[in-house]
Design a protein around this ligand. Structure first.
Ligand code: NAD
Length: 341
């Protein structure tokens, strides 16, 4: 009698948190051909060896998947990189393809999760919720310094009208705002909502709220810089939930010091990589960037948590496991592949 092939497709999850395990656990039994193991360690050149004997590794948005890390993974037999996120600017795709490794991602999980967080940041800095919360806890019921602005009737400038940008446009319409947008490719869905596409110069000149939703590319790197900040309306609210390096932090700090912003909400910022998802309560921060940003009363920083809703985690788990299974069966889901090995 022929022996049944029970060899499992083995995946090692790096940098795993309790919420990742919980969301994966809900679906694992639907995938009996997959074996999933977890490590808390980040992925680095010297931790890649932990993946010896695994077919795939699963990593998140801040994993430095450069040529060196990919080469180490390749040496120990890994041939699939599963990104449990949408963005892939952290992966050297050319190196992966050269090494014969396939890279798959989760292109969309809950665009609303990120857009709602962008609006939460805008509202927090606008109505100074971060200050109000602390004040009331200290029995300080004074309203001095807490005045915000109505968003109703104001202009939102949305940069990038893909999945998240479009969700943000809908939210802004819910607030009774006029919505301007800039994108390299105009979205018929955004136009159907009534969004007016304009050049970046008009976004900067006319918007009361600017929210960034385009990917980080060579073209978008530091798109918010000294020159573009100077073009913005005085008292603008700037929100970045996309990627830190869209904003030149030094120019932003100079602009904040120059009283150009009513508020700044950042879910992402340059130099976030060592902080993201880690508890560093007892550390003395060596980089002054975060400390500097946090020192301003009109800035709210969150730790890349835009994606973090139950619905989004659920969708990430489902798609990641589907990606692995489809690849193991020799038919990787095409639209989720960003590099072909
Ligand atoms: P998407 O691919 O659906 O949309 C991106 C849009 O940006 C597209 O419409 C594209 O045409 C546009 N674009 C590309 N280059 C541009 C340019 N030079 N100028 C203006 N627009 C340009 O992506 P998405 O799902 O909406 O995600 C947007 C970004 O949000 C991602 O790139 C990622 O960086 C970020 N993100 C953050 C979180 C978080 O937790 N904070 C979670 C997911 C995604």
């Amino acid at each position: 009698m022929q022996e049944k092939n029970t060899k499992k497709f083995k995946i090692l999850f790096y940098d795993v948190k309790s919420y990742d395990k919980d969301s994966m656990a809900a679906y694992l039994e639907d995938y009996p051909t997959l074996q999933v193991d977890y490590v808390e360690s980040d992925i680095r050149e010297n931790t890649a060896v932990l993946a010896s004997g695994y077919d795939a590794v699963c990593v998140f948005v801040n994993a430095p998947m450069d040529r060196a890390v990919l080469s180490r993974l390749h040496e120990v037999g890994v041939h699939l990189i599963l990104l449990r996120c949408a963005g892939y600017n952290n992966v050297d795709l050319a190196a992966a393809a050269e090494l014969g490794m396939t890279v798959m991602r989760v292109p969309a999980y809950s665009p609303e999760a990120v857009a709602e967080h962008a609006m939460a940041l805008a509202l927090a800095v606008n109505r100074k919720l971060h200050k109000a919360y602390i004040k009331v806890r200290e029995n300080n019921f004074s309203l001095v310094g807490l005045a915000g602005l109505d968003l109703y009737g104001k202009t939102a400038g949305i940069v990038g009208t893909g999945r998240i940008g479009l969700a943000m446009c809908r939210i802004c319409y819910g607030f009774g705002m006029r919505v301007l947008a800039y994108d390299k490719y105009e979205s018929p869905a955004a136009k159907a909502l009534g969004v007016e596409y304009v050049g970046l110069d008009r976004i900067f000149a006319e918007s009361d709220l600017i929210s960034l939703h385009c990917p980080l590319t060579n073209e978008t790197y530091h798109m918010i810089n000294e020159e573009t900040i100077a073009q913005m309306k005085k008292g603008v609210i700037l929100v970045n939930t996309s990627r830190g390096a869209l904003v030149d932090t030094s120019a932003l700090i100079a602009g904040i010091r120059d009283h150009r912003f009513h508020g700044v909400g950042l879910d992402v910022y340059e130099e976030e990589d060592d902080n993201v998802f880690e508890n560093r309560e007892d550390d003395i921060l060596l980089s002054s960037v975060v400390a500097r940003l946090l020192s301003f009363p009109n800035v709210v920083v969150t730790s890349h948590q835009g994606f973090l809703t139950v619905e989004a985690l659920d969708a990430i788990a489902k798609t990641t496991l589907k990606n692995a299974e489809s690849y193991a069966m020799g038919q990787p889901i095409k639209e989720n592949v960003v590099a072909v090995g």
